[in-house]
Ligand binder design. Structure first.
Ligand code: ARG
Length: 580
C-alpha cells in the first residue's frame, strides 16, 4: 500500500476535471508538520502559473473535484494554494490491520514487474577483496533485496575482473610454483596479495619472465588449453576467497551469479567489427578509438574512448560494450544497474553513449551506473592499514566482530556463550554495513569504529536493540504476537505519527529502488525506532490501569513496528536477534 501513489492518482483525476492539462505534476508530498495534515497536494501553484490564474481559486477547483472521502477526514487550502489532506483514523486502522496480516507488511508487488540486471561487487580476482569492494557489494545487495521484495525480477551479475593482462603474469608464476611441487591451496595461493606481489616482482625484474607473461595472456585469450587450465586453478581459489567474504557479510551472491569479464571474450571481436562498420570507431595510432563530441571538454575537444589497443588487445571498455549487448538485446532487461566507484563515472558515460549509437543498448533499457564515494580513514584520506597498505575486507570484518564482542562482553544478559557469539557477529557485521549504507551513496565518508558500534544514534546496534525491546514486550505480556488479532484504534498523537510512519514503507522502498539509494531506508528505520520510543513513553501498554482493548490495539502497533524493523533491516542485509 502506497498512500502517496493513491493520492497522486486521485489528484491527477481532480486536476484533469478542474481543467488542468494532463501531465501536470500534482506535487504530492508528505506533510512536514501535523498542522499541515498528513499529505499535501501542491500542484495548484505550478498549474496556476502555467494557466495564468489565481492559485487558491484553482486549488479550490481541485478540491471540488477531489474524491478522497474513502481515505481522508478533511481537506483544506493553506497559504498560496497548498491542499492539506488529513487522513481518516479508520483508514489508518484498516491499513494497519491489513499490513499486520500480510507477510510483506502491506507492500504490494510491482505491476508489471521489471526485469533488472544488477552488476555489483565485481572484484578483480587477481587480488583478494579489499575495502574498496565493500560499498559495491553491500549497496548492490540491499538494492537487489528491495527490488525482489517489490516483485521485480533481478538478474545478479558479478562482473568479476578475471581477464586482464595481469593474468598472464599470474599464471606464468603459478606454473613455476607447481613445477616446484608447491601446494596450491595451502601455500601458493593461501595469500593472494603476496602471490601477486611475487609475480609482479618477477615481471619487473626477472629476465624473460615478462615476455612469457605477455605470451601467456595472448595464449589464454585465444583459448590455449594449458594456459586455460592454470588460469582456472587460480580463478577457483580466488573465487573461493570472495565467497568466504560474501558469507561473512551476509550477502546473497552465489557462484551462479558470476558473469565475469571472461564470459564476454567471444563477443569482443564482433563488437569492434560493428563499431568499425558503423563508422563509430576509427583507427588512431593503430588503436580503435571512439571520439565522443557529447563529452567534449571546454575547449571543444572530443572525449577519447579507446575500444581496442594497437596490436589488437581488447580492453575493459570492450567488455562493457559487449555486456550492454548481452543484457539489453539478449536478456531484454528494462534496467541495468551497475554499482561502481565514482571514479569510473566517465567510463560508463562513454560506454552508454557508444553503445546506444551502435544499437548495443536499446531505448527500452535504462543504463544506470550507480556511483559511490570513497570510504575514508580518520585522516580524511582513503582508508588504509597503519602501514599504508590496502585493508583486506576479510580482516576488517573480523575486527568488527571482535570489537562488537568486547563491547557486549559486560552485559548481564543471561545468554549462553554460543548465543553471545552469534549476537556479536550480527552486531559487528551489521554495524559496518549500516554505517556504510546510511550515508548518501555518492558522498565520501569517514570510517569510525566507535560511532558505528555505538548504541546511540543511527547505528545498527541501536536498531537491533530497539527491535529486541519491542519483542520483549510480548514476552513480558505473555502474548503470542502471531496469534494476536485485535482491532487497532488510533487515538493519541504519538499513535497517529507512528501509524503513519508504518504505512510509508512502500514509499521509502520505491525511492530506494528508483534511485538506488539504501540510505533512505536506513533513515526511515531510524525514524521509526525513534517514534516508537516516543510512543512507548507516552502510551502505556502493560500497566494495570490500561483497558484490554487499548492494550491489544497498542500491541498490534508494536507487532507491526517489530516486523517492519526486522524486514527493513533484512532488506539492508542486517540480521536481528530476539535478545541481546
Ligand atoms: N572490476 C571492477 C573494479 O574492481 C568493477 C567492475 C564493475 N562492472 C563493470 N561492468 N565494469 O573496479
Amino acid at each position: 500500500m502506497n498512500i502517496k501513489t493513491i493520492l497522486i492518482e486521485k489528484a491527477n483525476a481532480a486536476m484533469l476535471a478542474a481543467g488542468i492539462p494532463e501531465g501536470t505534476n500534482p506535487a504530492v508530498t508528505q506533510s512536514t508538520r501535523p498542522q499541515f495534515g498528513d499529505y499535501q497536494i501542491n500542484g495548484a501553484m505550478g498549474a496556476a502559473k502555467a494557466l495564468k490564474t489565481n492559485p487558491r481559486e484553482l486549488a479550490q477547483k481541485i478540491i471540488d473535484n477531489l474524491d478522497v472521502s474513502d481515505i481522508a477526514a478533511q481537506t483544506e487550502i493553506a497559504g498560496p494554494g497548498f491542499i492539506n489532506i488529513h487522513l481518516k483514523p479508520e483508514f489508518l486502522s484498516a491499513s494497519l490491520a491489513a499490513a499486520n496480516k500480510d507477510a510483506k507488511l502491506g507492500v504490494s508487488e510491482h505491476q508489471p514487474a521489471k526485469k533488472v540486471v544488477v552488476d555489483y561487487s565485481s572484484p578483480n580476482l587477481a587480488k583478494e577483496m579489499h575495502v574498496g569492494h565493500l560499498r559495491s557489494t553491500i549497496i548492490g545487495d540491499s538494492v537487489v533485496r528491495a527490488l525482489e521484495f517489490r516483485g521485480d525480477t533481478v538478474i545478479r551479475q558479478n562482473h568479476m575482473g578475471d581477464w586482464g593482462t595481469q593474468f598472464g603474469m599470474l599464471i606464468a608464476h603459478l606454473e613455476d610454483l607447481l613445477n616446484q611441487g608447491v601446494d596450491l591451496e595451502n601455500v601458493a595461493l593461501a595469500d593472494l596479495e603476496s602471490f601477486y606481489r611475487d609475480a609482479k616482482k618477477r615481471f619487473d625484474e626477472e629476465e624473460g619472465f615478462a615476455d612469457k607473461a605477455r605470451d601467456y595472456v595472448v595464449k589464454l585469450q585465444s583459448g590455449d588449453e594449458h594456459c586455460k587450465k592454470l588460469w582456472q586453478m587460480f580463478i577457483d581459489t580466488s573465487v573461493k576467497h570472495s565467497e568466504e567474504v560474501y558469507e561473512k557479510l551476509n550477502v546473497t551472491l552465489t557462484r551462479d551469479d558470476i558473469m565475469a569479464e571472461s564470459a564476454y571474450n567471444d563477443r569482443l571481436a564482433g563488437v569492434i567489427d560493428l563499431l568499425k562498420s558503423k563508422g563509430i570507431a576509427v583507427e588512431d595510432q593503430g588503436a580503435q578509438v571512439v571520439f565522443l563530441d557529447e563529452l567534449a571538454n571546454k575547449d571543444g575537444e572530443p572525449s577519447v574512448f579507446i575500444v581496442q589497443k594497437s596490436g589488437g588487445g581488447f580492453l575493459y571498455s570492450t567488455t562493457d560494450l559487449a555486456a550492454c549487448d548481452y543484457r539489453s538485446n539478449e536478456l531484454d532487461v528494462d534496467r541495468i544497474l551497475i554499482f561502481v566507484d565514482a571514479r569510473q563515472g566517465l567510463h560508463f558515460n562513454q560506454v552508454e553513449i557508444t553503445a546506444r549509437k551502435a544499437g548495443l543498448l536499446k531505448d527500452k533499457t535504462t543504463y544506470e551506473p550507480s556511483l559511490f564515494g570513497t570510504m575514508m580513514g580518520e585522516d580524511g584520506k582513503p582508508f588504509k592499514t597503519r602501514t599504508g597498505g590496502t585493508v583486506k575486507l576479510a580482516d576488517l570484518l573480523e575486527e568488527a566482530v571482535s570489537r562488537a564482542t568486547d563491547k557486549l562482553a559486560n552485559r548481564d544478559s543471561g545468554l549462553s556463550d554460543e548465543e553471545r557469539k552469534e549476537i556479536a557477529r550480527k552486531v559487528g557485521i551489521g554495524a559496518v554495513k549500516y554505517a556504510d549504507l546510511s550515508k548518501h551513496r555518492t558522498s565520501d565518508y569517514i570510517f569510525n569504529w566507535d560511532t558505528m558500534l555505538s548504541f546511540e544514534g543511527a547505528t545498527a546496534p541501536y536498531l537491533q536493540y530497539a527491535y529486541t525491546r519491542v519483542r520483549s514486550i510480548f514476552r513480558k505480556a505473555g502474548v503470542d504476537s502471531i496469534a494476536l488479532n485485535a482491532p487497532i484504534s488510533i487515538v493519541e498523537p504519538q499513535e497517529k505519527t507512528l501509524a503513519l510512519k508504518l504505512l510509508q514503507l512502500e514509499e521509502v522502498l520505491d525511492l530506494m529502488i528508483n534511485e538506488a539509494t539504501p540510505h533512505v531506508l536506513c533513515g526511515y528505520l531510524y525514524e521509526l525506532a525513534s517514534l516508537y520510543m516516543t510512543f512507548y513513553e507516552a502510551c502505556p501498554i502493560l500497566k494495570d490501569d490500561v483497558a484490554d482493548d487499548v492494550r491489544d490495539s497498542r500491541l498490534m502497533l508494536c507487532n507491526l513496528v517489530a516486523n517492519t524493523l526486522r524486514t527493513g533491516l533484512e532488506l539492508l542485509g542486517i540480521e536481528v536477534m530476539e535478545q541481546m
